[in-house]
Every structure is written in C-alpha cells, then in structure tokens.
Design a protein around this ligand. Structure first.
Ligand SMILES: *[C@@H]1O[C@H](CO)[C@@H](O)[C@H](O)[C@H]1NC(C)=O
Length: 317
C-alpha cells in the first residue's frame, strides 16, 4: 500500500505559501493591468516557450526519445535494448535548476530515472556531481528518491526519502539550488536535503567546476529496488518517464576560468537569503526530517566508523 502522510503542520506551511502566491498573483494582475492600460498592447501574453533543442541534446539512443506534438513534453523510454539520456548544451556554475517530471507508473521495479548535474559526460574519476535518482518499485509500492553528491570522483553521500505523493500520477517539480554556501534539493519547493559548505580548503563541497544538467532512464535491477531483489519485468516495457518546464536561473559558464565567481549580489540565488534556509523552509525541512527520511549516510556509523567531516555541519545555520 502506498502510504500518504497527512500532517496539519504541512497543510499549514502550504497554506502560508499559497497565501503568498495568491497575493503575488494579484499584485502581478494589477501590474499587468497597468502595463496594459499604459501601453494598450498585449504585454501580458506569455513569451514563446523554448524548444528541447534550444537547451538540450540527446546523449544516446535518439529512437528512445520523443516529444509531444507541441514539443513541450519530452519522453524518455527504457526497454530491453537500452534506455536513453539527454543533457544541457551549456554548463553552469551556481544557480537554480528546475524541471517537472512524471515518473514511470505501474510496475517500475528495477527502473531508475536519474536527474542530475555533473561536470562531465561519464563517470570520470574527478567529476563533481549532484544527483536525484528515482527508484522505481512494484505496482502500488512507493518510489524512493535517492540523492547523492560527488566531489572529485568521490560520492558515498547518499540519502533516501519517501515522497508525500505518488510521483507517477502527475508532474512534480524537482529543483536544485546551488551556490557556494549550500546545495539544496527541493521537491515541489519543499527542501528535502541541505548540504552545507564548511568553507575550509579542500573540503567536500563541489563549487569549483561548472556542471551540465542531465536526465536519463536505465535499468538498475542489480541494486535499485529492495537492494536488487526486485527485478525489472521486461514484459511491462517500454518504461517511460516524462519531462516538462525546464528552468534554469544560473550562471552560464564561459571559458576562461574564473567565470561565474561567487559573491555577486546580482542574482537572488547567490545572495544572503539563499545562503540559508528561510523561516518557512525550515518548517518544511523539519517536517521532512521527521517523516520522510529513510536513509542518511551521516547516521550510518556501521558504514562509516568515522563519519565524513561535513556530517558535523548543521543544515539550520
Ligand atoms: C519498494 O517497496 C518496498 C515494499 O513496500 C519498500 O520496502 C522499498 O523501500 C521500496 N523502494 C525501494 C527502492 O526498494
């Protein structure tokens, strides 16, 4: 059975956010009206959306990739032959990266949809990486999300979370905030993981190298679902995950180094407000910590008799 967590506290912070959104919406409406009156033009109409090719290229198996007729939804599929992946054409250093995903429904055990940022195409020995991985499951059993962080080829910073919704029914937003103070993984704007920079030389915080953003779907039935016990049922193939609304508000990398240096006060994602959780985010994050964390490497003293150094850093600072 899929267990949905209900919480009054959760409803309360959502309510707060909704209220803010509502007042922002009305402010926007008034602004739009003023613009309309002043210019008597259609300034309020939406800008044309960008196409897949503007931002991305396919990494492998073009024939397992499809878009909707209007080009706004993208589908990656996995079958017995192969999966599929795409990546951004540009690299970025710091910013806000966001996409809506709807994951493979039904029996998706063994199937992993990955959505991640990485400094290079492959699993190179010096790569930095920020991962969201969605671990499929048997019909009716809950998906888990696994997040991980790599620096210079070293990872082992896994966390696993349950979700408070079924991610196969609708699109939900998965985002990464990255500046030189913290990395936050968000699900529908709720911070599920906070990774801090301790700010000493050579610490475990990836902030030097620019990254691409990737997504891919692949078979991982050797480890993903119940530790590899549940195998992919190929009779259910193809497995399809869907994407839309890619947003990046970050610093696009240009050679030569150093491009995209921090300490700028130009961008919201690199200002003081974005160096720490906000008050509302702290409430949401506390709720996630209490209810949704399945695994945290920082608590795994069997695996790490001496915990990695960054485990002493507080996400609340
Ligand atoms: C899949 O479902 C089983 C049974 O509910 C659960 O124990 C497991 O954590 C779920 N997810 C994964 C990735 O194994």
């Amino acid at each position: 059975m899929y267990v949905y967590i209900k919480s009054r506290e959760k409803a309360f912070t959502w309510f707060n956010t909704m209220e803010k959104k509502a007042s922002m919406a009305s402010a926007a409406a008034i602004w739009c009206m003023l613009v309309y009156l002043a210019m008597a033009a259609s300034m309020c109409s939406a800008e044309p959306k960008s196409s897949f090719e503007d931002n991305f290229s396919i990494m492998w198996s073009e024939n397992h990739f499809k878009t909707s007729e209007d080009g706004q939804i993208w589908y990656l599929s996995l079958d017995n032959d192969t999966g599929c992946g795409f990546k951004t054409k540009q690299k970025y250093r710091f910013g806000w990266f966001s996409m809506k995903l709807k994951l493979v429904g039904g029996d998706s055990a063994g199937v992993v949809t990955a959505y991640y940022m990485c400094t290079e195409d492959g699993a190179g020995p010096t790569r930095d990486e920020l991962d969201f991985e969605f671990l499929g499951n048997r019909t009716g059993e809950p998906y888990l999300i696994q997040t991980n962080i790599y620096k210079n080829g070293t990872g082992n910073r896994e966390m696993r979370h349950k979700l408070w919704f079924d991610p196969t029914l609708e699109y939900h937003t998965y985002s990464i905030l990255w500046n030189s103070h913290q990395i936050i993984f968000f699900v529908d704007r709720v911070p599920v993981r906070v990774f801090k920079n301790a700010d000493y030389e050579n610490n475990f915080f990836p902030n030097q190298k620019p990254m691409y953003l990737f997504s891919s779907i692949w078979n991982a039935d050797d480890w993903a679902t119940r530790g590899g016990l549940e195998k992919t049922d190929w009779k259910k193939a193809p497995f399809v995950s869907s994407y839309k609304d890619f947003t990046v508000d970050g610093c696009q990398w240009k050679e030569p180094y150093p491009e995209c240096v921090s300490t700028t006060t130009e961008h919201w994602w690199d200002q003081y407000e974005a160096w720490h959780l906000t008050k509302d985010q702290k409430l949401d994050f506390a709720w996630v910590q209490r209810n949704l964390v399945i695994y945290d490497y920082c608590k795994d003293t069997e695996r790490f008799p001496k915990l990695p150094e960054e485990c002493t850093l507080s996400p609340w600072d």
